[in-house]
Design a protein around this ligand. Structure first.
Ligand code: AHM
Ligand code: MG
Length: 326
C-alpha cells in the first residue's frame, strides 16, 4: 500500500518551507527520544536526575535528556527565534533574525511513568514570532492558543506516533523504527462527538468542587442515573497517552481545578500542554474548555501558567461544562 511520508505529506499540504523544516526537525528529534526511551535500564536513562524544575517537580533523567535534545536540534535550523519548555525557568531566545516561529514544548510528558515502562509523550506548539527582527522576550510567547500555527504530540507507546495539525485537520504518522521514517497512517483523525469513556484522577475526588463531583457522580450512576448510559473509565497519568486514546476512539479527559491549592488553577500547563492538545482536539471536531472558557481563547499571563482542562468528545465536554465550574 502506498502512503506518504511526513515530508511528502507536508509538501502536498502546502506547509511553508520553514514550518516544514521545523516540524521535520521536531519529528526527527522525537525519533531519537523514542530510541533513548526504548533503551530503558540498558541505556542508563531511568530514574531521577537529582534536579528540580521551575514547577517544583523532581526531574527524571529522561526529562533532561529529551529537553536537551529538543533544544540542540531546533536551535540551528533557522526557523526559530526562541523556545520555551516545561523544563526551563525562562524562555530561551535565539539570535535576532527574521526566523518566523517560536516553539514551546513539554519534552517528556507523563515522565512519572518512565520508570514503570508505561507510555509517555512529547507535546509541542508552534507560534508566530514578531515581524521585527529583534531578540524575543517571554511576552512574545504569550499568545492565545487560537493563534497557534501548528501543534502536535508524539506518543511513545507500543508504536511511536506523531499526531499533527497545521490548522487544517489532524493527521497521525507512525515511526518506522528501522528506517527513522514517519509514515502517514491515520489521515484526517476525528473525535466522535459522543462517548462512553472518561478519564480523571479520581483519587482527588475529595478535593473537587461541587460541579465536578456532581458530574462524576452522574457518570458513575450510569444507566440508572440522569445521563442514562453506562461509562467506562481510563487514566494513564500521561496526558499524551490519554489524549491519544481520545483522538482514536473518543472520550473526555479532565484535570479540573480543585481545592488543594487555590493558587494553582489546575495541574496542567496552558502554553505547552493544554493549548496544543486543545488545538488538536478542536481540529478533530472535539472541544476543550477550562470549565468556563474555551482553552484556545484564554489570554495567557505566564509561560508556566496552569489551567483546568476538560477536553475530548464535543457533546460530553459540553455536558461537563453545563455543570458549571465552582
Ligand atoms: P508532567 O508533564 O510533569 O509529566 O505532568 C503532567 C502529567 C500529565 O501527563 C498527566 O495527565 C498528569 O500529569 C497526571 O497527574 P496525576 O499524577 O496527578 O494523576
Ligand atoms: Mg507534561
Amino acid at each position: 500500500m502506498s502512503r506518504p511520508t511526513l515530508t511528502e505529506h507536508l509538501i502536498a499540504s502546502d506547509a511553508p518551507p520553514a514550518l516544514r523544516l521545523l516540524i521535520e526537525t521536531v519529528a526527527q528529534t522525537c525519533a531519537r527520544i523514542a530510541d533513548a526511551i526504548s533503551q530503558g535500564a540498558l541505556g542508563g536513562v531511568l530514574g531521577d536526575a537529582g534536579t528540580g524544575n521551575v514547577q517544583g517537580e523532581q526531574q527524571k533523567k529522561l526529562d533532561v535528556i529529551a529537553n536537551d535534545m529538543m533544544l540542540a536540534a531546533n536551535a540551528r535550523n533557522g526557523t526559530l527565534r526562541g523556545m520555551a519548555s516545561e523544563e526551563m525557568d525562562d524562555v530561551s531566545p535565539l539570535e535576532a533574525s527574521d526566523a518566523p516561529y517560536l516553539l514551546l514544548f513539554d519534552p517528556l510528558d507523563g515522565s512519572s511513568n518512565i520508570d514503570v515502562n508505561v507510555s509517555v509523550g512529547t507535546i509541542f506548539s508552534v507560534l508566530a514570532a514578531p515581524r521585527q527582527p529583534r531578540a524575543v522576550t517571554a511576552e512574545d510567547f504569550l499568545q492565545p492558543g487560537r493563534d497557534q500555527v501548528a501543534a502536535g504530540y508524539v506518543v511513545y507507546g507500543p508504536a511511536t506516533m506523531l499526531v499533527l495539525t497545521c490548522g487544517r485537520g489532524v493527521d497521525g504518522f507512525t515511526l518506522d523504527r528501522h528506517t527513522g521514517s514517519w509514515w502517514l497512517t491515520q489521515p484526517g483523525m476525528t473525535v466522535p462527538a459522543q462517548t462512553r469513556e472518561y478519564a480523571i484522577n479520581a483519587s482527588n475526588a475529595r478535593h473537587w468542587f461541587d460541579p465536578v463531583k456532581r458530574y462524576v457522580d452522574d457518570l458513575l450512576a450510569g444507566k440508572t442515573g440522569p445521563i442514562g448510559k453506562d461509562y467506562n473509565m481510563r487514566w494513564v497519568a500521561s496526558m499524551v497517552a490519554d489524549v491519544h486514546r481520545i483522538m482514536s476512539r473518543g472520550g473526555v479527559f479532565m484535570y479540573p481545578r480543585d481545592a488543594r491549592d487555590p493558587d494553582k488553577p489546575g495541574k496542567l500547563r496552558l502554553m505547552y500542554e493544554a493549548n496544543p492538545m486543545a488545538m488538536l482536539v478542536e481540529q478533530a471536531g472535539g472541544a476543550a474548555h477550562d470549565g468556563t472558557t474555551r482553552i484556545l481563547d484564554i489570554a495567557p499571563t505566564g509561560i508556566h501558567q496552569r489551567v483546568a482542562v476538560f477536553l475530548g468528545s464535543r457533546e460530553e465536554v459540553e455536558r461537563a461544562a453545563a455543570y458549571g465550574s465552582d
